[in-house]
Design a protein around this ligand. Sequence first.
Ligand code: PMP
Ligand code: GLN
Length: 381
Amino acid sequence: LLAPDGRIASTIFAEMSALAASTGAINLGQGFPDEAGPDEVLDAARRAISEGVNQYPPGPGMPVLREAVAAHQERFYGLSVDPAEVLVTAGATEALAATVLALVDDGDEVVTLEPFYDAYGGLIALARGRHVTVPLRGHDFLPDHDELRAAVTDRTKVILINNPHNPTGTVLPLETLELIVELAHEHDAVIVTDEVYEHLVFDAPHIPVASLPGARERTVTISSAGKTFSVTGWKIGWIVAPREIVTAILAVKQFLTFVNGAPFQPAVAVGLGLPDSFFDGIASTLRAKRDLLSQGLVKAGFDVSSPRGTYFVVADAAPLGYADARVLCRELPSLAGVVGVPISAFCHEELAGEYASLVRFAFCKKTEVLERAAAQLARLG
Ligand code: PMP
Ligand code: GLN
């Protein structure tokens, strides 16, 4: 967690947003939307504040939100969930933190895909676990099944997946999810699945791993309101898991934040109950933005992998003559007035070389901002 000189290393997102702020470049680095979420959700939060919903909510979360999460799982995935199996957290980040700290003891192995969302590495280190990774390979960023089999052993306590996947935008195929469930059974591991991008999918409906046969009883599903409702600053997340696992996670969570976000909890409950047209709308709006930025990147000379989910696109800078995307990302504000994140920031040192020339760009921005970014990036060509 510390930089080599002993300072606390800042996250890549803080670093890249600071670079965007100091240079005035368009920030396609840190993933957050630049447009407001649905009025129904924003109005519900204002109403809750006016009505006095401003004190500590119950530890496991407000019943209205736990019920809404349960109803959402049934409505979208046919999963029947008891609200007692739902725990509200301070964003998916706290859900991940409390889960990893509850399940992982000194030396226990946690298997993740690589590249991985930065918090995973930090949290596994805080729990003194051992982080074992399975690289995502090829243009489609898919894990090799033999490498996945080899990574999961009896030392594995948790298989922590992120689907759809940040930073690559990959969506795991059904066969890979089935293999993960099989391996979890074989080695008695818990599956922790970070599905914060569940509604940001472009080709096919999202498949939660918990919906696979035999998965429910050993799966912790994590999601949050930030991406779906464009409220990343509200930090309302949740866990869905079997009761005894929820109890273990709550035991940790009570000493992390205790509770959070009272007026935002009923507002997110309203969001989860919005009609299908809202959920279809976010995916189709984002698909158009994905295509707009991807085309701009291709025109600029990048080799682009079209993401199946999330709001991130990966662009290979090798055709532009950049073998090291970190160098390009430092120069990009002056070359093109744009900020992106090198994929190697999501990797361990050992594997970073395999992804050295790749850059992640976020496309959750207004159309005119993406058009401007695409025009500016064309200067690179
Ligand atoms: N997991 C992944 C994969 C993410 O991309 C993010 C946020 N960008 C989070 C977790 C954190 O979510 P939250 O803001 O709800 O804590
Ligand atoms: N999840 C967002 C991203 O990947 C930002 C997270 C953060 O700033 N910690 O860009």
